[in-house]
Write a protein that binds this ligand. Structure first.
Ligand SMILES: Nc1ncnc2c1ncn2[C@@H]1O[C@H](COP(=O)(O)OP(=O)(O)OP(=O)(O)O)[C@@H](O)[C@H]1O
Length: 261
């Protein structure tokens, strides 16, 4: 399978300090990748490298057939940032935020026509937020905001999705809804690169690959591979532990504290 996301010998920095060193990884269409690692490991930075948002990058970055360089984001990408980093004091409605999905497709600042409006409405229906369309985005709960950001991404109709902790802080039913929506994209051949702090084995087994990041790519593979080879434990900075027998879900050799982040 050919890669739709490819990183080769990638080094990245915002200033003098290197944040990521010598990262090489790839994902194919229809694959879902979990990006895991401790706080400050460089997970969000990795997504930003794929978006062309990190100012200093050495190496080869390719997304949806395009070479990505700083300041030149690829066009075939939908990005769902952590919802708490969105400006909540701006007077924008749910509809406005979702309609920003049209932004990179030549419909801005031109007024969207009936076809584009129908597209925005369809995306809001998909996340069950159409009736909130006139509400200010900043007045929504975390879960509602996340649904709107997913709607915005759906409108992009992109072959690659980058998601930064899309379900962190949400209640279990809302997590289920959003996870189900994201997972459904795989059947359309979308490659999904998702930062997550959820290290539950049952969850991570749903991903095709787990990329373990701690300022470098410590390793990657299926959850069972990275767990068995001690890569997960190394990523979180503890010695390779013994496999915890009899633990529900197979037991991950990761620090217990890491399981609750
Ligand atoms: N815009 C920026 N300018 C300078 N340094 C930055 C910038 N963004 C992030 N960093 C630094 O890069 C490092 C990695 O940050 P990053 O947000 O990528 O980590 P992370 O693994 O996503 O962390 P977390 O799990 O806490 O969200 C941190 O030391 C952070 O301070």
């Amino acid at each position: 399978m050919s890669a739709i996301v490819r990183l080769e010998n990638v080094h990245a920095a915002y200033g003098q300090e290197p944040i990521l060193t010598d990262v090489a990884a790839e994902a194919a269409a229809g694959e879902r990748v979990a990006v895991v690692g401790p706080n400050g490991a460089g997970k969000s930075t990795l997504l930003k490298v794929l978006l062309g948002l990190v100012p200093h990058v050495i190496g080869h970055v390719e997304v949806a057939g395009q070479s990505v360089t700083p300041g030149h984001p690829p066009s075939g990408v939908a990005y769902v940032p952590q919802s708490q980093v969105m400006g909540l004091d701006m007077p924008v409605t749910v509809w406005d935020v979702a309609a920003m999905g049209l932004l990179r497709r030549g419909f801005w600042p031109k007024k969207p026509g009936p076809k584009e409006r129908a597209e925005v409405a369809r995306a809001l229906v998909a996340v069950d937020m159409l009736e909130w369309r006139e509400e200010l985005f900043g007045n929504l709960s975390g879960g509602q905001r996340q649904r709107v950001l997913i709607a915005r991404a759906l409108i992009r109709n992109a072959p690659v999705w980058l998601l930064d902790e899309p379900v962190t802080g949400l209640d279990a039913p809302t997590q289920e809804v959003i996870e189900h929506l994201i997972d459904g994209l795989r059947t359309d051949g979308v490659a999904i690169i998702q930062v997550t702090h959820d290290l539950e084995p049952a969850r991570l087994r749903q991903f095709d690959q787990v990329w373990c990041i701690n300022r470098r790519l410590v390793g990657r593979g299926s959850f069972d591979e990275v767990q068995k080879r001690g890569i997960l434990a190394d990523t979180f900075g503890v010695p390779v532990g013994k496999r915890s027998e009899g633990k529900e879900g197979g037991g991950a050799d990761v620090p217990s504290g890491a399981l609750s982040v």
